[in-house]
Design a protein around this ligand. Sequence first.
Ligand code: HEM
Length: 445
Amino acid sequence: MSDLSATLPLGRLRSVWRFVRTARDNSIATYGPDAFDRDYIERQLLWRRILIVNAPDGVKHVLVDNADNYTKSDLARRLLEPGLGRGLLTSEGETWRHHRRAMTPAFRQIARYAPIVTDATEAILADWDRRTSDAPLEVTGEMMRLTLAIIARAMFSFDTEADVAAIDASVTAYQLGVRLGFLDLVGLPGWLPRPSARRANRALRGIDEVIGRLLQRRLPPSADPDDLLTILLAAHDAGELTPREVRDEVVTVFTAGHETTAQAVSWAWYLLARHPEAEAALHDELRSALSGRTPGFDDLASLPYTRMVIEEAMRLYPPAHTMSRQAIADDVVGGHAVPAGSTVLIVPWVLHRHRRWWDDPERFDPERFTAERSAGRPRFVYLPFGAGPRICIGASFAMMEAVLVLATVAQRYRLTLAPGQTVEPIGLITLRPRHGMTMQLKRRQ
Ligand code: HEM
């Protein structure tokens, strides 16, 4: 620090320090009201040059048209790599292309996963039915328990509660323990040791043990060739993936594939609890489409409002609130120079509430996603799953899962915010409620 103070005015250092402190605690708090009106925002944080892109053409340029010029940023890698290694989220180039191609079949034909989703949801509802107390429950944790059980069974054929619990504990410890530090945010070199890497490794020991056991397991000849576990183990047996690469992909899909969906559904519960008219519209649809039965994959087409509730919840509270990239070579985006090495941020938290693209952006209004009202809205202002070659591989799976979970639970329980509960979104790796989301559950039938 003393070197820095010698070359930089103290006032500037102080303001960088304040910015970094805010970003570490809650990255979305760094966007003031004017961010929601502007197309581009430039920031200089000591050595780090940042361009925030809020214009749809600029977003398309970075994520799609010139995607080859942008890697995941060092910030994203520093948050994710200590735990996830070089899985699909963090790898680049030929390794990423090869793994993405190999894993894609597991994310097609998602109809076969629908019974896993509804069985796991019924199991959690049975737990709720057995409760003898009507004390409020922390709903994000409940949704996380559910989506973790779903991903474990759908993608990896895990069925033991103990394995799921070990992974759950590790992933939560990881999210809470690993945050960007001052060194990361101001762009100091990566070889400087970071305490967060040690915390990450400790947090993920539980996952590594479970995956170690998994790799010992032989595949039954009847295994579904498109099951993700089958794909990864077969590639391992053929010498195409090292044990470390298999481990990284399993941890990546576990981590990327459960918390985001749990947050999306939790924010939907929160919004429904605060908007009785939307809750009533949801129930009209559920009654006429399902009459109380558990939905299946074929019912999705008759649940458009349920889907719009999830879409609108992800607009207001995008679980993946920020995508960060780093320019390989000099570029120009929307007239703004982007020298090689710059950080480029695409921030669904801002884009989804941008005053130029959305009518009354703070209002919860699921019907803005009807075909008529979506017509004419630029494609690149709504990006809950990203866009371009790095678009979420699990997007269709996640939508199917979120709609079926919401429809199944809403038919059985009404969720209202517990008295005194304040809900404040904070941007960590995902967008989470700072104090959780404690809700009262009331059985409907
Ligand atoms: C509502 C739920 C979800 C949300 C909001 C979400 C969001 C995202 C976003 C925004 C990206 C792109 C990140 C970037 O461009 O930097 C992404 C990538 C990814 N997601 Fe999801 N996701 C969700 C569910 C899932 C599920 C269910 C899975 C797996 C079962 C999954 C696995 C992945 C993986 C592996 C990547 C990296 C893809 C690549 O780079 O090739 N996600 N997700």
